[in-house]
Design a protein around this ligand. Structure first.
Ligand code: PEP
Ligand code: MN
Length: 295
């Protein structure tokens, strides 16, 4: 991949660490687990997730601009959703990741989020990638639905070459002939990307398999093969998720999954960060749960 001048790994120790905050980074010895719903639905939903998962995850996800297959499906809360992310982010001291779909959304999202996600459907939206070179925030670039590894790396190269050194790659499964799973998780690509590039590589097992019962084993395999972290969809009432309900984990399943990757992380020379009050500034146990107003 000779053209990947900036993404290219010059020696085996060459590894970029992308900082989301002073205490949360991707690409070092500590793994990152990003959890949250497919779509931000309400303040209550995000409060319950952040409150329950604060001890287990390092960052929160949630889409407010959603790339839906049908134009009639819920398209996301937009700016109101960004306000919710900001409120929950500061209350629980959890950095947030959310998707940017258009150049016109960059400024608003960059003021609210700690990392901007480029979804699979936009991986080769070159104008968007160029503009994200100047976003001033880390970018989570998801692999296109049918993108080759080279196309994926070169999409990252667009962002790097336009001035943003903080790019994280995300393998989220690619299209194949079998529709039992939603996509096919390409763990070979994870290993290859770690060898070819110095960028952090995380895995999204949720969109890869599309079935909640398969998310945990695949997530564990991703950590075993060298991923720098995971981004996983979860919901307080998974079957009620407004989007991607079939792949959402319950919050209890999410906690169990994070616990289960700890020994695997250690076996491959990594670790799952231990959350302490000193480190996060949040006394998780004494943080009151935001109670939804009864309707
Ligand atoms: C998502 O993360 O909610 C999403 C839409 O992912 P992808 O772009 O990988 O389909
Ligand atoms: Mn989703």
């Amino acid at each position: 991949m000779k053209n990947a001048k900036l993404a290219h790994k010059s020696n085996p120790q060459h590894q970029t660490i992308v900082k989301l905050t002073d205490t949360v980074a991707i690409g070092g010895k500590e793994l990152i687990v990003i959890g949250g719903p497919c779509t931000v639905e309400s303040r209550e939903q995000m409060e319950i997730i952040a409150n329950t998962l604060q001890p287990s995850i390092q960052a929160l996800r949630g889409g407010v601009y959603k790339p839906r297959t049908s134009p009639y499906a819920f398209q996301g809360m937009g700016e109101a959703g960004l306000e919710i992310l900001t409120a929950v982010r500061s209350r629980y001291n959890l950095p947030v990741v959310t998707e940017v779909m258009a150049i016109s959304q960059i400024e608003a999202i960059a003021t609210h989020a700690d990392m901007l996600q480029v979804g699979s459907r936009n991986m080769q939206n070159f104008d968007l990638l160029k503009e994200l070179g100047q976003a001033g925030k880390p970018i989570l670039l998801k692999r296109g639905l049918a993108a080759t590894i080279e196309e994926f790396v070169m999409a990252g190269e667009y962002i790097l070459s336009h001035g943003n050194p903080d790019v994280v790659l995300c393998e989220r499964g690619i299209r194949s002939f079998d529709n039992y799973t939603r996509n096919v998780l390409d763990l070979g690509a994870v290993a290859a990307l770690k060898q070819i590039t110095h960028l952090p590589v995380i895995v999204d097992p949720s969109h890869a398999v599309g079935r909640r019962e398969l998310v945990a084993p695949v997530a564990r395999a991703a950590i075993a093969c060298g991923a720098d972290g995971l981004i996983i969809e979860c919901h307080p009432v998974p079957e009620k998720s407004v989007s991607d309900a079939q792949q959402a984990l319950s919050l209890e399943e999410m906690v169990a999954l994070v616990a289960s990757i700890k020994p695997i992380a250690v076996a491959v020379g990594r670790c799952v960060p231990e959350k302490t009050i000193e480190k996060t500034g949040v006394d998780v146990k004494s943080t009151p749960i935001y109670l939804p107003v009864a309707s």
